[in-house]
Design a protein around this ligand. Sequence first.
Ligand SMILES: [Zn+2]
Ligand SMILES: [Zn+2]
Length: 156
Amino acid sequence: MILQLKRLFERIGDRQDLDCIIPLEELREYSGCKSIITPISLKGRIQNRAGMVSLDYSCKLTVRHLCDRCLDEFDREYRLEFEHILVKDESSVEDENAFLCPGGSLDLNELAVSDFLAEMPTKVLCREDCKGLCPVCGKNLNLGCCDCGADTIGKE
Ligand SMILES: [Zn+2]
Ligand SMILES: [Zn+2]
């Protein structure tokens, strides 16, 4: 989704509300987003304050993760909030929080995807106290003890 913000960039005091959904099909174009299983719903506001254009938004989505310890699949809903300064040309991208909008057009998908990817943990657990797999028989110990006896080792 591309937003034309040319006028907003020019008019101090202007603002625009955002309330949109990025469909799954559009997310499929980005590698790294394969794990997203719901559309991204996004609400926010873009404002031109004294010539400085800022965007803040929150988004909601569900991700299918693979637990790093027990290798089980699980879904987790995220609500994330972000803030950016929007700039029209590259020379003004000093702030790492700045997002480039060439000619005043904002690629909202690109922005939401890069924010999402930056926010995702590299390792996830299905739950904090996930017991993982038995190192001997491979059974998922969240589902109960295994019979191989390995789970009693080291518990004394
Ligand atoms: Zn787990
Ligand atoms: Zn076992």
